[in-house]
Design a protein around this ligand. Structure first.
Ligand code: HEC
Ligand code: HEC
Ligand code: HEC
Ligand code: HEC
Ligand code: HEC
Ligand code: HEC
Ligand code: HEC
Ligand code: HEC
Ligand code: HEC
Ligand code: HEC
Length: 575
């Protein structure tokens, strides 16, 4: 685009490329873009201009980008990373008048030939009207199976086309009829030239017969756009091209569309937007902002800051944990002798994309064991159910007898009884100091026992603690055990986007997570968008296409509202 900037006196409204085959889809509104479609009718629009860096000798700052459009420099100006802030929504190029005339001629000739072929019969007629080979996905055996389920009639080739083009089922005559009955019709040049972004059509309804789960984006989108904007067919016998994220800007950069969505969605119950399947994972679900997610932006450069940051969201979990404290000097090395590091507690899952769940046994017990008797350190209070803890404490004599036999190897009955008597006496006197054992084990925030520094010089071990050290513990009603509020540690924090740690394993964890400075569980230590944009930007050189981080289809949820819209928009006319 850089090399093709027109002269300043250029009048864009008159630029209709009369001799070219395709003209810009926005031509009728006088909003043609400068670059125009390519020879095969694909829209090439991206941004209004290519900003350039300033030249110091001209009183401009060398670090800023300047708009290159003369004389109508836009108000917003280029974004800090040099992307133009005026992206151009892709259009659906239309044929130029000249090309349409040619088509009509070809069409009449083709119709004549078609009638001939019809008379001759046979399936050759389908390849005759076929504008390009179908993708691998829509021509293989899997497709044939799916097609059979639809129970289409007609010859095999007829069925091949009829899977998407309903009229083909009835043969070429009906199809031609459908073309003439279409709205706008084939000779309705004026309206054809002014057609805007394609809305849903009967072909889309056909797509949905097989791809039922790929209907919708958000429940408050008041006008769905055609599948073919993002997934294009007839472009050759190869895999379909991945959707271009720039199509997202058709709505996300359009203030009117987003405002309409806000108006449409503002009275919808919030559950309509809660469509993501949990797949057994704990999802962190932030409250829905007042205006939903309808901010207007053009690319990742002016993409909104993430909600955890803008809304200062807090983790409501009741587990007590202080990251910073666990990196202090006095924290003992773990079993192998290594200092605590992120990976001591956060082990990557099989794919390396996210991390496995934290567990008390694997990640805390080594230091915070539920010992309570220093003399018999292997006697542990069971972790988990408070009922189990309570029965353990109520059966202490049996527990000691068992411990004596199992761990100490005492076999003589008298000796075992003596061991139990002595141990119980010792803990009553020294450890419980007259307290009720239950109160101590559940509620004592004061540690007891001894810091075991001898075996690991220079380090300290946490004292034994009550459950309340790590948990919210509520006194129980009469005769029941105290209630521990079970911790809820989310497995996914940013459910509206995907992430993958493997692709980022060359980067220090601390670049994205300021864990070493976080003292409270309630902190959500996730990075700002600015960190991502260091790489995911034109300057950083890594792709920043919307579909790198986001999906489009909601898959599972079909709200009554959106179903209704779709039914209206895509109801196949009877042809
Ligand atoms: C997987 C679905 C699918 C199948 C199968 C399919 N098409 Fe298409 N076809 C499309 C889509 C989608 C378009 C519209 C492209 C657009 O609007 O950009 C289209 C457009 C066309 C057009 C251009 C006219 C128009 O309506 O815009 C013709 C002609 C056509 N197809 C013929 C065929 C023939 C012949 C077959 C059988 C060999 C066939 N198609 C099979 C999806 C399909
Ligand atoms: C008769 C059933 C049928 C119809 C109609 C149909 N598809 Fe498909 N489509 C399939 C099948 C089956 C596959 C998977 C092929 C495979 O896995 O080899 C597929 C694959 C796809 C894929 C790629 C999935 C991937 O894994 O990469 C896209 C995108 C897609 N279809 C979109 C469409 C669109 C858009 C339409 C309408 C124009 C459409 N399909 C119409 C059956 C259909
Ligand atoms: C037809 C218009 C339209 C198109 C096209 C569109 N969006 Fe959206 N999108 C919306 C609307 C409206 C909302 C606001 C939903 C709300 O208020 O929660 C939204 C919200 C979102 C959200 C945040 C809400 C959530 O729960 O995920 C993401 C992420 C998103 N879109 C990504 C995309 C991507 C990626 C594309 C391109 C592949 C895209 N959108 C294309 C209309 C659109
Ligand atoms: C002793 C175990 C332990 C170590 C070591 C540890 N974490 Fe955590 N981490 C936790 C626990 C427990 C949670 C859940 C409680 C919470 O939210 O604070 C957590 C939560 C997190 C979360 C989720 C988001 C959040 O704010 O809750 C991130 C991100 C995280 N840790 C990063 C790190 C990084 C980076 C390191 C290394 C610098 C690290 N952690 C070291 C135990 C640990
Ligand atoms: C490029 C930035 C980046 C780097 C580097 C990074 N993370 Fe993350 N991390 C994220 C983002 C973004 C999320 C939020 C993903 C989600 O849960 O939706 C996350 C989530 C997490 C979570 C909570 C979700 C989960 O995976 O269980 C933990 C724990 C975590 N990171 C630990 C680490 C550790 C340990 C390292 C270093 C080995 C690390 N991260 C490196 C960006 C990063
Ligand atoms: C390598 C040993 C080690 C591991 C593993 C460990 N801690 Fe700690 N933790 C300590 C030490 C030492 C202290 C400081 C002494 C104390 O408070 O008793 C401490 C303190 C704490 C405190 C009190 C923090 C404060 O701000 O006073 C909590 C709560 C805690 N740890 C929870 C956990 C949880 C939950 C886990 C497992 C996810 C865990 N710790 C894993 C050694 C460890
Ligand atoms: C050093 C911190 C620590 C101490 C002390 C502690 N817990 Fe936990 N507890 C955890 C962590 C971390 C989890 C979450 C991970 C897990 O389930 O293993 C947890 C989970 C739980 C759960 C929920 C289990 C589930 O399946 O949802 C219960 C119940 C529980 N603890 C009870 C207790 C009781 C009773 C005590 C006292 C006898 C206690 N905890 C002492 C750290 C601790
Ligand atoms: C590098 C990854 C990345 C790229 C590229 C990206 N996003 Fe996002 N986006 C995110 C993350 C992370 C969030 C926060 C998700 C959450 O909080 O659950 C987000 C949030 C959003 C939201 C909700 C915004 C709000 O108001 O809170 C929308 C809408 C959205 N993205 C759409 C898009 C569109 C459209 C594009 C392409 C122009 C895009 N995103 C590109 C990562 C990305
Ligand atoms: C130091 C550079 C760097 C930073 C910082 C960075 N990324 Fe990336 N990211 C990459 C590279 C390189 C890839 C691989 C790109 C590819 O495969 O084309 C990638 C890939 C991704 C992917 C695709 C993962 C997949 O499944 O293939 C997502 C999503 C993503 N990044 C999100 C983020 C988010 C969100 C942030 C900020 C929290 C971030 N990145 C920060 C370099 C970075
Ligand atoms: C605004 C662009 C957009 C529109 C419109 C759109 N899609 Fe998609 N589609 C995407 C993106 C992006 C993905 C990949 C991410 C995902 O799975 O959500 C996708 C994925 C798919 C897949 C699965 C491909 C795979 O790799 O798994 C199918 C099938 C599909 N779409 C069918 C449809 C059908 C049918 C329609 C029309 C009802 C449609 N799409 C409309 C953007 C779009």
């Amino acid at each position: 685009m850089k090399d093709e900037l027109p002269a300043p006196e250029f009048d864009a409204a008159r630029y209709v490329r009369p001799t070219q085959k395709w003209i810009c889809g926005n031509a009728a509104e006088g909003k043609v873009c400068r670059i125009g479609p390519d020879a095969r009718g694909h829209c090439r629009a991206d941004f209004e201009c290519s900003p350039r860096r300033g030249i110091p000798s001209k009183d401009e700052s060398p670090d800023r980008y300047y708009c290159t459009r003369q004389p109508e420099v836009c108000d917003a100006g280029p974004l800090p990373d040099g992307t133009c802030s005026c992206s151009i929504p892709k259009c659906q190029p239309t044929r130029s008048l000249r090309s349409q005339r040619i088509l009509v001629t070809v069409f009449v000739v083709a119709l004549t030939a078609g009638v001939l072929l019809l008379l001759l019969g046979g399936d050759a007629r389908h390849s005759f009207v076929n504008p390009g080979a179908l993708s691998i996905q829509h021509s293989g055996a899997t497709f044939a199976q799916a097609r059979e389920k639809l129970g289409l009639s007609g010859s095999q080739t007829q069925q091949e086309c009829a899977a998407c083009h309903k009229p083909a089922e009835a043969g070429f005559q009906r199809w031609a009829g459908a073309a003439f009955g279409a709205n706008p019709g084939p000779f309705d040049f004026k309206r054809l030239a002014s057609a805007g972004a394609p809305e849903t059509s009967p072909i889309d309804a056909a797509c949905m017969r097989c791809h039922d789960q790929y209907r919708f984006h958000q429940p408050n989108v008041d006008r769905e756009i055609s599948c073919s904007v993002c997934h294009q067919e007839h472009h050759g016998h190869k895999p379909m091209k991945a959707p271009d994220g720039r199509n997202c800007a058709a709505c996300h950069a359009n203030e009117a569309v987003m405002e309409a969505a806000f108006q449409f969605g503002k009275d919808m119950p919030p559950e309509n937007f809660d469509y993501r399947p949990s797949l057994g994972r704990v999802q962190f679900k932030p409250p829905r902002p007042t205006r939903g997610y309808t901010k207007v932006f053009h690319s990742f450069a002016d993409h909104p800051e993430f909600q955890v940051r803008t809304n200062g969201l807090k983790d409501p979990d009741t587990l007590k944990f202080n990251h910073q404290r666990h990196f202090a000097e006095d924290i003992p090395p773990l079993n192998g002798g290594a200092k605590l590091e992120c990976a001591s507690c956060h082990q990557p899952d099989a794919a390396g994309a996210y991390h496995l769940k934290i567990s008390y046994q694997q990640h805390c017990q080594a230091c915070h064991s539920l010992q309570f008797d220093l003399e018999n350190p292997k006697l542990l209070i069971p972790h988990g159910s408070s009922e189990a803890v309570r029965s353990f404490l109520q059966s202490l004599p049996t527990q000691y007898a068992d411990y004596g036999a199992r761990v100490k190897g005492i076999t003589a009955k008298g000796e075992l009884e003596e061991f139990v008597r002595q141990s119980l006496g010792a803990i009553r006197g020294q450890i419980l100091a007259g307290e009720n054992p239950e109160d101590k084990v559940f509620f004592s925030a004061q540690g007891w026992g001894a810091r075991m520094a001898e075996d690991r010089p220079g380090t300290q071990r946490p004292l034994f603690n009550g459950c309340v050290k790590c948990h919210e513990v509520k006194p129980a009603a009469y005769a029941a055990a105290p209630a521990i509020t079970a911790p809820v540690i989310p497995d996914r924090w940013q459910i509206r986007a995907s992430f993958n740690h493997v692709r980022h394993n060359q980067i220090d964890c601390a670049k994205c997570h300021e864990a070493a400075r976080s003292r409270e569980t309630s902190d959500i230590i996730l990075p700002s968008k600015i960190v991502c944009a260091e790489c995911h930007s034109p300057r950083g050189g890594v792709t920043h296409d919307c579909s790198l981080c986001h999906g489009y289809h909601t898959r599972t949820r079909t709200t009554p509202d959106s179903l209704e819209i779709l039914r209206k928009a895509a109801a196949p006319p009877d042809n």
